[in-house]
Every structure is written in C-alpha cells, then in structure tokens.
Ligand binder design. Structure first.
Ligand code: F6P
Ligand code: MN
Length: 330
C-alpha cells in the first residue's frame, strides 16, 4: 500500500502559507471549512443515487435554471459550514438571489463567492462536478456588508479554489502564492498535497468548448473555434475535450494545458458563465499558475462586476492559447 504519510496535509499547508505571508489564522480557518464542504459533498454525491437524491426539485433558480436536489443540498452545506463562523460576514452563491449573512458575523472580515455545485448537469450520469469559491476581504468596516463589498474585481481575491468530485476528490487552491492541489484520502477523510506548485503547460493540451453552439456565435468566434478544431492555431495541435462541467474541464486544462472557452453569443453577448463565482476565482487560479483568463477583450481579473450574477464570456488556460483566441476575436 502506498502511504501518504510523507505528504503534507491541507491543514499543514495552510499553516505554511500563513507563516510565509505573515498572516493571521483567519484565512486558514476559512480554507479548512471549504475542505469540510468538500468532504461532506463528496460523501453526499457518492450516496445520492441510493438515497433518492438525484433528479430535479421541480423549481428554477435565480438564473432560470432547473434546480436539482443536489444543488439545494450543496448550497445548504456551504451555508451550514459557514454559519456561526464569525470570520465570514457574507456569502454570495449561484443558488441565491441575494447575499446570505451568517449569524453573528457582523465583525467578520471575509466575503465568500461560491458556486456550490458546478456542472450539475453531470450529477445524474456520474460525471465530474465541482465546487468553486473565492474569498475577498470586505471593504466596509463592520455590520452587514453592503452589496458593493462584493463588487470587487477578481484581482482583489485573497484566496480562490475549487473542489473536483470525480474518480477522486481534489481540492486546488491558491492564497495568492503557488497553486497547490490536494487529493482526498477518503478512508481517513484527509486531503494530502499531491500536486504542489501547479504550473499550466504551454503549447500542449486540448480545447474545450460546446461546439453545438456554433450557429449562435458571430463569424469571428466561429472562425476562431474552427482554427482550434482544424488544428491551425499557432499554438499547435489541440484535441477536443468537453466534460460539460467547468471545474472538470478547467482542471484538465490546468494540468495538461490548452484552453477552455465559453464565448458570448450574438443574442447573449455575455455568454453563460458567472464572473463572481466561476470566471473570477478560476481566472485567479489560472493566472497564479502562469496561465491567462480573458473575456475576449480584457483580463477577467480586471473586470469590476455590476451585480452578483453578472455573466461574461470566458477564455481560460495556457497563455499562448488565450492570447491566440483573443487575437483571432479582435
Ligand atoms: O455552471 C455552468 C455550467 O454547468 C458549467 O459547469 C459548464 O461548463 C457549462 O455550464 C456547460 O454549459 P453547456 O451545457 O451550455 O455547454
Ligand atoms: Mn457552475
């Protein structure tokens, strides 16, 4: 049996990050709580099929998407894990129209933006799904944070991460320094550092985009995606891969290189994905790993949101591929 004993645990890595940044323990407490979210949801997802938790609830969310039972469970899990946590004064989530204020947290200094269950279309087919989170420092001094506190560009994130529920459960995060990846040893409920200092490769990997949307794109977008499909990009050959879950597609892109795209459409120029809890946190991770994130005209990290559920197009991955996509779109 391969032992994980010689690897750092997630908590030990948080401790190191904190010491290096001369930071207080608050941030590692927040990240530790996300590891709890990961362990709880990994267990829920594994059992969902035999305890009747697959399928839809029959309702739609604020984005007009059909809500699945696991969407609700995941959102409730995040809220419960951060309830009575005085450090976190507000939570914005894909599943909630407005901000949730954990009880007794008026003095808390952190804000969380979260997609509790990304790629939920994969739930019923045992495909990859994920959780995405970003942590901001509040701008107001105390009390309930105003909406404006959330409307910060992703460059202001102090930590961002995602949890991937696939054949194994992984948590990948950065607190502004290196991007580190941890794998859950389910038998003892501990995340171990398995992917230290992830750097996204250049000149290799795949392209990920839902090509069934081709007719909805403008001519430049169609030509740009065609260049990737026909392997005519300056960045070299690219295989097509699309899991239908942003976290799964991004994780592969981060480790193997390439590009993930969700372009704008003629009738929906902002595309589908949300800035605050999808594009921003993953863009931050990607840049810290040496990659790039753009909406086609500007870096994702520079966009100041106007509202909680704002959408932007997304081009995310190896620097060369993202630069080429942007060049072909301009
Ligand atoms: O959260 C939105 C999402 O489920 C992403 O995880 C995924 O990449 C995308 O939508 C898939 O969208 P589509 O089905 O339009 O390709
Ligand atoms: Mn999502």
């Amino acid at each position: 049996m391969t032992r994980a004993m010689n690897r750092l645990t997630l908590s030990e890595q948080f401790f190191r990050d904190q010491a290096l940044a001369h930071a207080s323990g608050g941030m590692s407490t927040v990240l530790n709580r996300f590891s709890l979210v990961g362990r709880m949801l990994a267990s829920e997802i594994m059992r969902a099929g035999f305890v009747g938790k697959l399928g839809y609830t029959g309702t739609t969310n604020v984005q007009d998407e059909d809500v699945r039972a696991l969407d609700v469970i995941s959102n409730d899990t995040v809220l419960q894990v951060f309830d009575s946590m005085p450090l976190v004064c507000g939570i914005a989530s894909e599943e909630m129209e407005g901000v949730h204020y954990p009880s007794g947290s008026e003095e808390g200094k952190y804000l969380i933006a979260c997609d509790p269950l990304d790629g939920s279309g994969n739930v019923d087919v045992a495909g990859q799904i994920g959780t995405i989170f970003g942590v901001y420092r509040r701008r107001s001094a105390s009390g309930k944070p105003p909406l404006d506190d959330f409307l910060q560009p992703a460059r202001n994130l102090i930590a961002a991460g995602y949890i991937l529920y696939g054949p194994c459960t992984m948590l990948v995060y950065t607190a502004g320094g290196p991007v580190n990846g941890f794998t859950l040893d389910r038998s003892i409920g501990t995340f171990f550092l398995t992917h230290p200092n992830i750097r996204i490769p250049e000149g290799t990997g795949s392209y990920s985009v839902n090509e069934a949307n081709e007719k909805k794109w403008d001519a430049k977008t169609q030509a740009m995606v065609r260049a990737f499909r026909q392997q005519e990009t300056d960045c070299g050959k690219r295989a097509a891969r699309y899991a239908g879950a942003l976290v799964g597609d991004f994780h592969r892109t981060l480790l193997k290189g390439g590009i993930y795209m969700y372009p704008g459409e003629v009738k929906k120029p902002s595309g589908k994905l949300r800035l605050l809890y999808e594009n921003g946190p993953l863009g931050f991770i990607c840049e810290k790993a040496g990659g790039a994130a753009s909406d086609g005209t500007q870096p994702i990290l520079d966009i100041v949101p106007n509202e909680l559920h704002q959408r932007t197009p997304l081009f995310l991955g190896s620097k060369g591929d993202v630069a080429e996509a942007v060049r072909r779109l301009s």
